[in-house]
Design a binder for this molecule. Sequence first.
Ligand SMILES: [Zn+2]
Length: 252
Amino acid sequence: MTSTSVCPSLATGSGTSRTAPLPDCRGTTVSAFIVPRAYALRGNPPGPWRVTLDPMPIDPREVEALFRDSGAFLEGHFVLASGRHAPRYLEKFQVLQWPRRTERLCAAIADEARDLAIETVAGPTTGGVILAHEVARQLGCRAVYAERREGEKGREFRRGFRLGEGERVLVVDDIMTTGGSAQETIDAVRAAGATVVGAAVLAKRSEGRVDVPLHALWEVKMESYDPAECAQCRTGVPVVHPGTTIIAAAAR
Ligand SMILES: [Zn+2]
């Protein structure tokens, strides 16, 4: 993957901005980048890895760098869950497989939510399990997970999870495309009687929406096409379904 094939806004970082912070949050400072041998990154692959010593706010460019350095920002010919075709795809598990990187991203979310008296962090399966757990660890509260209902739309809490009346919940998710998974988790929290204070995601595409205050660490522009209008289909480029080992191997 080369920088020349990246759309201009991503290449320059000029098109990446944070969404409005959650209410009553800080969210103004941008941490300085450093190259920290002392940050105990043993086990991570070599590369232009950057991290801040102040594990608080995060610059969207650092989020993008984490995805790129982890091989999570894929370029090729992909079929999205919606059925549309796209030349780029975010394979979040390439980032989430690195606990230190996940910890760094979740620190930025936890920082935004620290003054909101969060009692529980909720995330949708599967990526949201890891994120909810790590954000909750950093906030000193608990994490619960919303799973897809079988045979019908929406999500629900199983495994004995209970939410109290008015319990203050932060919903977290990895990549927000339309906002469907996050909104289903929000709806599940409300159905259980608790209160959704806000939502936070690692990356968000422009069409992503939920009905609570949303904080995205990185707003990413990623085009997609109807298969009938896909240039790569016309030129016979093999299409790949994300989530396969083939993609992960191709990213390296
Ligand atoms: Zn195509």
